[in-house]
Design a binder for this molecule. Structure first.
Ligand code: UN1
Length: 511
């Protein structure tokens, strides 16, 4: 098995007694050490000093001063810096992917996939750096020109979650950088070391190009650090990924100061499987969506809405597929399902299971917490499946664990209604070969989610599309398409090149 010490040292993270420091005090603060334990085996990996308020203020000052020069660099030149960052990430893909897997607990393939997502968004951002287009309009006045341009916003605060400890940050940071912004990243306190590893990679590129390191900053810490960012008028945009509860707190604090927020919060994603589905495609889509990353993606499949005529058949197929799942050390390539992030997550899993039972749900694949030497961290749970009623209270909530609900429907209208009946609106899918059904699902009367797929599952979105969702998911869009606009400010410009001053709306003002 991989020697994690070697991985850490290749990523420039030295072990300092029990704590770990990148040697860049100003980035990581002087506060208490946050310890990072691997959910794989419960062992301590290291620690990082939390930022204190004074560290935070120093970081903001550094970022603000870096912004002054970074914003003046032409966007395609900023794109060149981001291209080099993508190159560095390619070099460290194996080490960073391994650390992601070890610190977070996702499978090695998914850890590597996450780093690939960072490389891809870097490529996307490089192209984008030459395409930050504004529109031009026809003025209603003679000898006038009107157009809009997009300017950098300033400092972008990025609050990221443990489940995609590095990719979601990169979706934000890479775009923000080509847009001319500088970033302050508050990573999840559950995965501080992957963040420091990324910081080391980015720092090298900045240093090689003699660019101030304030372009990319990290403050490690818990809730406090998130609150500092949210409440700070110097932070032009706060982009937050995580629970709806956290997002609500961020949104309120940012709105109070009339700042901007970009929220990517919980999902309660459903797959509709119609009687016209190709089950050979649908079953793996459901299983990957439900158990991939041990059900800890915001796009994880939580609900499967099955046509009554195929309910028994699909149920049997899913039960059979679940019996083949291998649970264990995520660094072992044979394993499908790794651990949950920590013991608290296991408790949440158990609580949800109990609530499902109390409400009258019936487990078709039994939940259990795994014990024994291979599972000594106490974080391993079995993916489970329950038959439930859509209106159960617990079905309205997102539990970050591999618990899948099956719900029966008889008409497509009813299926869509069930799919839309939860407070969240991130990802959704339908499996059908019937074009009327798929079009109805994608129509304005169909899925109310930010992502709606046909014949693929709810998770595993590509970086090229705008990523995010509606309702309690928060409404923000990150990553591809024109999500970059959230990281810039629009300015409308009107220029008079004539020798009179005609007023708009035909108003006459004579002096
Ligand atoms: C998340 O879980 O916060 O679509 C992001 C997916 C991944 C991203 C998930 N590309 O599943």
């Amino acid at each position: 098995m991989t020697d994690i010490k070697i991985v850490l040292s290749k990523l420039g993270i030295q072990d300092l007694n029990n704590g770990i420091s990148t040697g860049q005090k100003s980035w990581i603060g002087d506060g208490d050490v946050i310890e990072s334990f691997s959910p794989v085996n419960g062992r301590k990996i290291g620690g990082a000093n939390q930022a204190e308020r004074s560290d935070y203020d120093a970081v903001v000052n550094k970022a603000a001063s870096a912004f002054k020069s970074w914003r003046e660099m032409p966007a395609p030149k900023r794109g060149e810096i981001v291209r080099q960052m993508g190159e560095e990430l390619r070099k460290f893909k194996s080490e960073l992917g391994t650390l992601v897997s070890y610190e977070m607990g996702k499978s090695l393939q998914e850890g590597l996939g996450e780093v690939q997502e960072m490389i891809d968004i870097a490529d996307f951002a490089v192209g984008l750096s030459r395409q930050l287009y504004g529109l031009s309009m026809h003025s209603e006045r003679p000898q006038h020109r009107m157009y809009e341009q997009w300017h950098p916003l300033g400092i972008v605060g990025i609050i990221s979650a443990f489940n995609f400890p590095v990719a979601v940050w990169s979706w934000n940071a890479m775009l923000a950088w080509v847009c001319g912004d500088v970033c302050i990243w508050k990573p999840s306190e559950k995965t501080p070391l992957t963040a420091l590893a990324c910081q080391n990679i980015i720092k090298t590129v900045l240093q090689n190009n003699k660019i101030p390191e304030g372009v990319s900053c990290v403050v490690t810490g818990g809730r406090d650090a998130g609150e500092w960012l949210a409440g700070d008028p110097r932070i032009a945009l706060v982009s937050a990924t995580g629970s709806t509860r956290m997002g609500r707190a961020v949104a309120e604090a940012v709105a109070k100061r009339l700042g901007r927020s970009l929220l990517e919060l919980g999902g309660n994603n459903a797959i509709i499987v119609s009687q016209h589905a190709d089950l050979a495609v649908a079953i793996p889509g459901i299983v990957f969506g439900a158990v991939g990353t041990a059900g800890q993606r915001c796009t994880s499949t939580r609900r499967v809405i099955l046509h009554e005529s195929i309910f028994e058949d699909v149920k049997d197929k899913l039960v059979r597929a679940y019996s083949q799942l291998r649970i264990g050390n995520p660094l072992d390539p044979e394993i499908h399902v790794g651990p949950l992030i920590d013991i608290d997550a296991v408790k949440e899993y158990e609580k949800t299971v109990q609530k499902v039972k109390d409400a009258g749900g019936k487990f078709l694949v039994e939940p259990r917490v795994l014990t024994g030497d291979a599972f000594s961290s106490g974080c391993y749970v079995a993916p489970c499946i329950a038959e439930v009623e859509s209106q159960f209270e617990i079905v309205q909530h997102e539990t970050f664990a591999p618990i899948l609900y099956l719900i029966k429907y008889s008409s497509l209208e009813e299926a869509i209604e069930i799919q839309n009946s939860v407070p969240q609106g991130l990802s959704s899918a339908i499996f059908t070969l019937n074009i009327r059904e798929s079009e109805q699902f994608l129509s304005q009367a169909g899925s109310d989610c930010g992502i709606a797929n046909v014949n693929i599952g709810t998770s595993g979105a590509e970086i090229g599309g705008a990523f995010g969702g509606e309702k309690e998911t928060g409404g923000g869009r990150e990553s591809g398409s024109d999500a970059w606009k959230a990281y810039m400010r629009r300015q409308t410009n009107t220029i008079n090149f004539g020798n009179t001053l005609p007023l708009a709306q035909g108003i006459k003002f004579e002096i």
